[in-house]
Every structure is written in structure tokens, then in C-alpha cells.
Design a protein around this ligand. Structure first.
Ligand code: SPD
Length: 283
């Protein structure tokens, strides 16, 4: 019987990945962190039995969570990442020449340690722009005094330690921690998985109340439940679909290469939502 990883996201329906071996397993103070060597996806990190990233498809998630917000801001210098312990989001953020400081606030050092050892090409942990803090993201943002240009929420699914990252109170704190032209992006789960709907609604209704511009966008990530993944983009001034943003991408994209997923047309197209997806977050 071959070794298989199964993530059942809908009763008995789920995702199966062929495994070669278990490379790492640790029950931290917060969660069970595991890394497997897979047959076809490179090394794979899971948290509490849910896929976080594989070496082969991580670029989609990290490019889309980072560049959509970074290009929406006119001049992103200071960036805060809540979660993101594998380092992939920070890697993409630090490609932007205007970014000079990134605080990455990860609650669980085990995620960072496992990533450095078993997903060595994902993070760019020696980059001098990066400051890693091992703290609870919600407590951090409550006390932060120096505002950010962009905040990115790269948490896990809304169960366990990441649950609070889907609450309105948390987004209110993020809104206050952003400067006048601030932009926020967040990972917001799969529109095909109904058990996520209440969390998705909470996030999108919260940012709709708190920001002048708030939108959902999509990307396609093979190892996440049902392959279609939603993200949020909220902004204090700039509309991510404005001509100014499109021009900023076309003029700036050569400076942030290599990119395997993101480009100017994809940025625009990602905000086009199928009707059933738009219905999930309609009030
Ligand atoms: N079920 C997948 C949820 C993904 C959340 N974040 C992944 C972390 C990658 N940096």
C-alpha cells in the first residue's frame, strides 16, 4: 500500500498526494507541523493536517498574496506580514525595490525552523530587509505604533491559532496600523468549501465596512482545497483596478522578476469573480 496524504475538506471528498516519506513532525505549543517528501510536488508542509505549501506550487499563492497589494500601493516601503512563517510571502515582498523593511510576525517558530531546513528555497531569511518576530500577530498589531504601507495576512485556515485572523476586530486593528495610502491583502480560503463561508463573509464584510476600497480576487492553487483560492485586497485610497495601478505594474514588473504566475493582465483578471463566488460574500 503506497504512502498517501489525504486532506478531506468536504466530508469524504478531498485531496490525495503520493508521499515518499515523512521528513519532519513536531507538535509545537500551537499546532502539529509536518513536512513530507512527495512523489511529484517536492517537499510539502502541513499544519494540523492541512496543506500549507508545496515546493512546486507555492509560487502561485505567494506571488498573488504579495504583488497584488504591493503594486496597488503607490510606494510601498514598510510591510507587515502576519503569519507567513515559511518565508515565501516575505521573499516576494522583498523583490520590490521600494520596500526597505519587512516585519514578519509568526506565532510559531517551529514553522520557520522546519521551513529553513526542509523548504530551503522558499524563504529569503538572510535578506537584511527582513525582521522576524515570534509573537502572536493580534497582540503585535494591538501594540504597534509605527504605521505600515502594506499589511499581508498569511495565516493558516480559520481553525486553531489562526481563527482570530478572520475577525472584524482584527481588521480594525490592521486598518489603524496602516498609513494614509495603506493597502491590505489576506488569504481568505476556497469558495468551493462551504464550511469556510462564515469566515469568508466575516472578512469581506469587515473590510467593506472599514476601507473605501475592498475586493476579492482569485488564483488557482492545485494543492489547496478544490484548487480555487480567494484573497482579499483592501485599500485606503487606490483601487487595484485603476489605470494607475495597471501602469505601475507594467512599468515595474521587470524589477521584480523572476515571476512564474503574476503579470499585469493576470492582476486585472484575478478580480473577475464567477457569480457563485460573488454570491458567497454578498450582503
Ligand atoms: N488550506 C490552505 C491555507 C493556506 C494558508 N497559508 C499558507 C501559508 C503559506 N505561506
Amino acid at each position: 500500500m503506497p504512502l498517501l496524504y489525504n486532506e478531506f475538506y468536504n466530508a469524504r471528498t478531498g485531496l490525495t498526494i503520493g508521499l515518499k516519506k515523512l521528513l519532519f513532525s513536531k507538535q509545537s505549543q500551537y499546532q502539529l507541523v509536518e513536512v513530507y517528501e512527495t512523489d511529484t510536488w517536492g517537499n510539502l508542509m502541513t499544519i494540523d493536517g492541512m496543506v500549507m505549501l508545496s515546493e512546486r506550487d507555492e509560487f502561485v499563492y505567494h506571488e498573488m498574496l504579495s504583488h497584488v497589494g504591493l503594486f496597488t500601493h503607490p510606494n510601498p516601503e514598510r510591510v507587515l506580514i502576519i503569519g507567513g512563517g515559511d518565508g515565501g510571502t516575505a521573499r516576494e515582498v522583498m523583490k520590490h525595490p521600494s520596500v526597505n523593511h519587512v516585519d514578519m510576525v509568526e506565532i510559531d517558530k517551529t514553522v520557520v525552523d522546519a521551513s529553513k531546513e526542509f523548504l530551503p528555497d522558499v524563504g529569503d531569511f538572510n535578506n537584511p530587509k527582513l525582521n522576524v518576530l515570534y509573537e502572536d500577530g493580534i497582540a503585535f498589531i494591538k501594540n504597534t505604533t509605527d504605521p505600515y504601507d502594506v499589511i499581508i495576512i498569511d495565516g493558516s485556515d480559520p481553525v486553531g491559532p489562526a481563527e482570530g485572523l478572520f475577525e472584524k476586530d482584527f481588521f480594525e486593528l490592521c486598518q489603524k496600523a496602516l498609513n494614509d495610502e495603506g493597502v491590505l491583502t489576506a488569504q481568505t480560503e476556497s469558495p468551493w468549501v462551504e464550511s469556510y463561508y462564515s469566515s469568508m463573509k466575516k472578512v469581506f464584510h469587515a473590510i467593506d465596512d472599514l476601507f473605501p476600497v475592498s475586493k476579492m480576487y482569485l488564483s488557482f492553487i492545485p494543492l489547496y482545497p478544490a484548487g480555487m483560492w480567494s484573497m482579499a485586497c483592501a485599500s485606503k485610497t487606490e483601487n487595484p483596478l485603476s489605470d494607475a495601478v495597471y501602469n505601475r505594474i507594467t512599468n515595474g514588473i521587470d524589477h521584480i522578476k523572476p515571476l512564474k504566475y503574476y503579470n499585469a493582465d493576470l492582476h486585472k483578471g484575478a478580480f473577475a469573480l464567477p457569480n457563485f463566488v460573488a454570491d458567497v460574500i454578498e450582503r
